[in-house]
Design a protein around this ligand. Structure first.
Ligand code: CP
Ligand code: NVA
Length: 308
């Protein structure tokens, strides 16, 4: 698709609903015909991982290979940036070698800063605030299972975190209603929530923030959850287990949703915490399709922003 070349993918807020639909359609095409060795022939993606990853790392690396390009795994532990080299110099220098930079790190601010210096597209592979690559794969999965996105309600139950933020953003952008149920004290970031509300208002969709999981899952077509303690919050695990009591996605909770609801989780998951094994391993769950769709969605993003 045209109009994407050279652009960063940091939050999805700067993409229109129409552009996101184009990326979804492109991902669907690539899923049908995965091997496109001419598309990014000779192109290189640098992948900076400050935090652990299974899906993101493997899907980006394999995605580049399938498009005829190459991906380099870069650990800040081995790079000069880990020894204090300025982000500015890192951004400019990497841009002289690479065709795009993918980065996973806690600080969203740092990623914005890197993107401001880099002359090539920067793709956010998870920060404390956003997980845009996940969100595109999530909606690709919803579209596959539901046929169309029209009139759907998507509910997230759990921590008002990065994954929840990006899911709410993409739902509003694409015209879907969304609900977010979080325990008191685990609300989404105030500024991000304002951005979500603004998109929903512009698109004329509903977006609801509640402390009642039962209320949120009412009439839901999609029920989504994520870990209670994200990377960097592991030491809060005990406190969070108490705070999130009643927020487990169970058969009882899901009985308030539409009968044909689908269950999604970005993974990794903790069975018996945020979700029961009956649900995540049951007939409503599409978490492995969802994981696979990371590959197809990201290939669409890479080919679109790197361009040929
Ligand atoms: N969902 C996700 O981003 O998984 P990884 O942490 O394994 O990349
Ligand atoms: N919210 C989780 C997502 C992991 C893919 C985290 O930030 O650790």
């Amino acid at each position: 698709p045209a109009g994407f070349q050279g652009r960063d993918i940091l939050t999805l807020l700067d993409y229109t609903g129409d552009e996101l639909t184009q990326l979804l359609e492109f991902a669907e095409q690539l899923k049908k015909a995965p091997y496109q060795p001419d598309m990014l022939q000779g192109k290189s993606l640098g992948m900076i991982f400050e935090n652990a990853s299974t899906r993101t790392r493997v899907s980006f690396e394999v995605g580049m290979t399938q498009l005829g390009g190459h991906a380099l795994f870069l650990s800040p532990r081995d790079m000069q940036i880990g020894r204090g080299e300025p982000i500015k110099d890192t951004g400019h220098v990497l841009s002289r070698f690479l065709d795009a930079i993918m980065i996973r790190t806690n600080s969203h601010e740092m990623v914005e800063e890197l993107a401001s210096y880099a002359e090539v597209p920067v793709i956010n592979a998870l920060t404390d605030l956003y997980h845009p690559c996940q969100a595109l794969a999530d909606i690709l999965t919803v579209k596959e299972q539901k046929g169309s996105l029209e009139g759907l309600k998507v509910t997230f139950v759990g921590d008002g975190n990065n994954v929840a933020h990006s899911l709410m953003i993409i739902c509003a952008k694409l015209g879907m209603d969304a609900a977010l149920a979080v325990p008191k004290g685990y609300e989404p970031d105030e500024n991000v929530w304002k951005e979500i509300e603004a998109v929903a208002e512009e698109k004329g969709t509903k977006v609801e923030l509640t402390h009642s999981p039962k209320e949120a899952v009412k009439e839901a077509d999609v029920i989504y959850t994520d870990v209670w303690a994200s990377m960097g919050y592991e030491e809060e695990q005990g406190d969070r287990e108490k705070a999130f009591e009643g927020f487990q996605v169970s058969e009882e909770l899901c009985s308030h949703a539409k009968e044909d609801f689908i269950f999604l989780h970005c993974l990794p998951a903790h069975r018996g915490e945020e979700v029961t094994s009956e649900i995540i391993d049951g007939a409503h769950s599409f978490v492995y399709d969802q994981a696979e769709n990371r590959l197809h969605a990201q290939k669409a993003m890479l080919a679109a922003v790197i361009g040929g």
